[in-house]
Write a protein that binds this ligand. Structure first.
Ligand SMILES: NC(=O)c1ccc[n+]([C@@H]2O[C@H](COP(=O)([O-])OP(=O)(O)OC[C@H]3O[C@@H](n4cnc5c(N)ncnc54)[C@H](OP(=O)(O)O)[C@@H]3O)[C@@H](O)[C@H]2O)c1
Length: 441
């Protein structure tokens, strides 16, 4: 099978390396050799550590896709354009496409699948979610007999690394981000990671497969990790929990709900043991019960593992005829906004350390119909490991930190309560408002 490789960066170089390293076994497994005959890059003149034959590199998409000898296309250039146009072109011409591109698959899945249908071929996108973790094909094929009820995952390695460092070493978020940058886990602009956009895109892809309906990133409620402080990690530990950026989607009677937010997760939950830059996806289905998939969500070879696995699948179909599993979004489902859900909340407040404060706060919660589950009051606690002396507020009055958790309550009531707290003179600041994991997760 002759392959045109669009992109020779981190993943593209990993794909070329893996195809070369395991060449003989790969050929035996699929019944034919897989050879890279064209490589599209921006700058073919740049020196690269690759064993690809000279002359395969080009900056001209016409050369990369116009060659009639090309059987299949691998898109690992990233971004929406020109990647989308090249994917669509290849599919329309009847060439199977393997892509690692979560942006294209989550935002433009419909156009991609339409092109695949027109060309009578398939698109394989295992690497677009969870890097090397086999979750896309697991949901599409191995678990296809299930009605999936929920998918919950740690889908972003950068934020998981940051939260792990904060938890295990008591670092501030800034210090942990600096470590992530130094180790190459965070980009110069980490917004897509910190604000949950990367995880939201991956969740939209997983949800589309899990519930057989087109789910879009803009339908995902998003709260990133920026407001999670070292103090929250320490307070969560006292509550027997760890904080993880969870991506959760559920099939509900009204449709599909999707959310990405920092979540207090019981320490004993399997997802709580997913550390550093690792990813994991926890699936709840009516037949399988619970299944968890764990591994490296990024990196040259882990991602290449998924890309080359997909290429081998494409080779089998080319060899034996027929396309792959194809698009499985055959249901129309409404999306359920976060407002329609109930959650348990964690709230960290800075309050004046005086008589009657708790009663005022309880009054605000009560009037909004929010039932308090637990309350802890401590002197203001800035570090993760050592309680400091009580701090004075700007008016010279001593402050305390109040940590509340609530029973399940609707978003609107909680928002009303938080507005009410903001109006109380005894509340000098809201540190964080986070959600607890669903009780049946
Ligand atoms: N990195 C990971 O661990 C990882 C994990 C999972 C999924 N992915 C996905 O895999 C894809 C690739 O990621 P990456 O990290 O390998 O990216 P990367 O290192 O930035 O590499 C991009 C490659 O595409 C080429 N390219 C980009 N735009 C081009 C254009 N307009 N015309 C021609 N060539 C172009 C670049 O050419 P030059 O070499 O000449 O600059 C480079 O070779 C992305 O969709 C990403 O989200 C990455």
């Amino acid at each position: 099978m002759r392959v045109s490789l669009l992109g020779l960066g981190t993943v593209g170089a990993g794909v070329a390396q893996l195809l070369a390293a395991n060449r003989a076994d790969i050929a035996r497994k699929v019944g034919c050799g897989i050879e890279v005959v064209r490589v599209l890059v921006r700058d073919p003149g740049r020196a690269r550590a690759t064993t690809l034959p000279p002359g395969v590199l080009t900056a001209d998409p016409e050369v990369a896709l116009g060659d009639p000898a090309v059987d299949a296309v691998v898109e690992v250039m990233g971004g929406i354009q020109p990647a989308l146009a090249l994917i669509v072109r290849a599919l329309r011409a009847g060439r199977p496409v393997v892509t690692a591109n979560k942006d294209v698959m989550s935002e433009h899945g419909r156009a991609v699948w339409q092109a695949a249908a027109e060309g009578g071929t398939d698109v394989f996108f295992e690497a677009s979610v969870g890097g090397g973790i086999p979750i896309v094909r697991a949901l599409k094929e191995s678990l296809a007999a299930n009605r999936v009820r929920r998918v919950a995952g740690i889908l972003n390695g950068t934020t998981n690394f940051i939260l792990t460092r904060m938890t295990q070493q008591g670092l501030s978020q800034q210090q942990a981000l600096a470590d992530a940058r130094a180790l190459g886990y965070a980009e110069a602009d980490p917004s897509a990671d910190l604000d949950g956009l990367d995880a939201a895109r991956k969740l939209a892809i997983l949800s589309s497969i899990a519930y057989n309906a087109r789910c879009l990133p803009r339908e995902v409620f998003r709260q990133g990790i920026r407001e999670v402080a070292a103090a929250d990690i320490a307070y969560a530990a006292r509550l027997g929990a760890v904080i993880k950026l969870l991506a959760i989607s559920e099939l509900r009677p009204g449709g599909v709900s999707m959310r990405v937010h920092p979540t207090l997760l019981p320490r004993a939950h399997p997802l709580a043991a997913v550390h550093d830059a690792f990813n994991a996806i926890y699936v709840q289905g009516d037949a399988v019960g619970e299944a968890m998939f764990y591994g490296r969500g990024a990196g040259a070879l882990p991602t290449a593992s998924a890309v080359v696995g997909d290429l081998m699948q494409a080779a089998r179909f080319l060899d034996r005829g027929g396309a792959g599993t194809g698009c499985t979004c055959f249901h129309e489902r409404a999306f359920v906004p976060l407002d329609a859900l109930v959650s348990r909340f964690y709230v960290r407040l800075r309050v004046m350390d005086r008589v009657g404060v708790l009663a005022q706060i309880a009054g605000v919660f009560g009037r909004s119909g929010v039932s308090i589950l637990s309350v802890q009051q401590t002197p203001v606690f800035e570090g993760a490991t050592a309680a400091r002396a009580p701090e004075a507020d700007p008016h010279g009055e001593e402050c305390a930190e109040l940590i509340l958790t609530t029973h399940e309550v609707g978003e609107d009531r909680m928002a009303e309560a938080m507005e009410g707290l903001g109006r109380l003179a005894v509340v000098s600041g809201v540190g964080a408002v986070l959600r607890l994991a669903p009780e049946d997760l």
